[in-house]
Design a protein around this ligand. Structure first.
Ligand SMILES: CC(C)(COP(=O)(O)OP(=O)(O)OC[C@H]1O[C@@H](n2cnc3c(N)ncnc32)[C@H](O)[C@@H]1OP(=O)(O)O)[C@@H](O)C(=O)NCCC(=O)NCCS
Length: 182
């Protein structure tokens, strides 16, 4: 399914996006903000193997600017089942990045995010979306708070992450409420 926003098209990632995605994910500004190994260089072959092996438990989309047709980044959901975050709720962890540095700060991530949440709650029928974010990732925390996410306690088994990572949760109820003020 294609998602259309005022300025963007969001479409499923496929293997032909591989080279671009590898270029984006190898940037230190992206690596630093997720759990990936900072010293490991991702290869196209490695990416394609990962892509193929993860299709059942995650969904990845590419964000394109309508006007220029440029691919600028990606949004994803990793499905979590019966996990320590949501228990029996249908839960997914959101991920996002604007891979094209020159396209950061133009409001594209916020715009795509709003429609990505709508897709998550309305089409995927999620009950809970979690975001794990570096404590210093101020723009991401700001975007999340605007959309109704709440800073949450880490489950005990993952509390060691709390020095550098923040857990944020967005319930369906809070999402419904945040739509009223946007
Ligand atoms: C996080 C990321 C997706 C944001 O993209 P972006 O293009 O800058 O996002 P937007 O332009 O839509 O919005 C940025 C918002 O953060 C705000 N912001 C920017 N710097 C900030 C700071 N230091 N403190 C607080 N807010 C800040 C902006 O003012 C803007 O909010 P506003 O629309 O209310 O004014 C992008 O920086 C990125 O890809 N980072 C690397 C990967 C990453 O961190 N992914 C998320 C964690 S998985």
């Amino acid at each position: 399914m294609i998602i259309e926003t005022p300025r963007l098209i969001m479409r499923p990632m496929d293997i032909s996006d591989g080279e671009k995605v590898v270029e984006w994910r190898n940037q230190s500004r992206i690596k630093e903000m997720n759990f990936s190994d900072k010293n490991k260089i991702l290869t196209l072959d490695g990416h394609l193997k990962w892509f193929e092996s993860t299709r059942k438990k995650r969904i990845d989309y590419i964000v394109e600017v309508k006007e220029s047709k440029q691919s600028i980044g990606s949004f994803n959901y990793a499905i979590l089942e019966d996990d320590e975050f949501g228990g029996l709720l249908k839960t997914a962890e959101i991920g996002k990045y604007i891979g094209e540095k020159s396209q950061e700060g133009k409001g594209y991530a916020s715009e795509a995010n709003r429609y990505w949440l709508k897709y998550g709650f309305e089409i995927m029928k999620l009950d809970l979306i979690i975001s794990t974010t570096k404590i210093v990732n101020f723009s991401n925390i700001h975007i999340n708070e605007k959309l109704g996410y709440v800073k949450s306690k880490w489950p005990e088994s993952l509390d060691h992450l709390s020095d550098s990572w923040l857990l944020m949760k967005l319930t369906r109820e809070n999402w419904e409420l945040s739509k009223l003020v946007l």
